[in-house]
Design a protein around this ligand. Sequence first.
Ligand code: BTX
Length: 328
Amino acid sequence: MTEIRGEILQALRRAGDRFVSGEELGQRFGISRTAVWKHIQALQGVGYPIEAVRNRGYRLREEGEELRPEAIQAGLATSVLGRHMTVLETVDSTNRYAFAEAEGGAPEGYTVLAERQTAGRGRRGRPWFSPPGHGIWMSVVLRPTFPVFRAPQLTLMAAVSVAEAIRERAGVSVGIKWPNDLLLPDGRKVCGILSEMSAEAEEIRFIVLGIGINVFGREEDFPPELRGVAGSLAQPGSPISRTALIQGLLGRLEADYRIYQNEGFRAFREGWERLNVSLGRTIAVQTQSGQKIGWARRIDDDGALWVETDEGRLEKIISAEVIFDPGS
Ligand code: BTX
């Protein structure tokens, strides 16, 4: 989003219910009314619900709101998650920030959100593109009592929780690509989950569960290398409130985390299978020991992926990158 577009959005947010005329915006930012209109159209294009009424001007509907802890907490049906919350304008990475806070004693459920990350991170040191106002960049501190070996499956559980919350609150059916990417129906990646852990011997001190969801953003708002690969939830004309989505996410995560603590991934396997788009396909898996091509057969109660190779051998994959339709 260009600077000026962000400023126009901010001006509309501050105006609340009031219409702001194109003339007023033009004067404030030293641009013509036509230029204002172009920026408004661009904002509408990425899914911001802006009404444009002749002779009155522009008004941002509620769903385009900025993130505020009080507003999020006011509609939160949780007792632990999100009860302590920090919302930042800019941060390097919410996971890095939450991790440091957890080391300093932040309680279970402590949640960090940022409008923008300058060094959002994915798995294996990969970057996560997190421009201002476009998404939900969120990290939650968990202090589970289960042993270290169960931590990876928590991320699989989270993929189910997030997918369900997106369906409930944003009306979009996303699919899970093993282990924890969420994809739009056309295959573009709309969400990534990164959990980072601090542990001593067999005991988990804490886990930071990081969730990145692209809410607003058109193809051209992504950097060239992500075009065609990444997508966003919002479509012009079907507004999505980030506040409502965060409330739904935290509610789901808390309920599912409770079940997970008692029953483990077993309780989520069916939900995962229902939402998954990986099984039954020919895939390439990139593991540390090289690439294997095979048929994704199933996942087990531990969340491992079982792949049948060309020679008919079944291999258990615990950690890898999955590439769909290799060679096609
Ligand atoms: P990942 O390693 O599976 O995904 C990273 C890869 O996804 C990148 O290499 C790139 O190809 C692609 N990618 C980067 N940015 C985006 C994007 N915005 N949308 C779609 N695809 C993208 C996934 O890692 C885990 C990401 C977690 C991000 C959250 S945001 C809040 C928290 N804080 C933080 O620093 N990370 C997490």
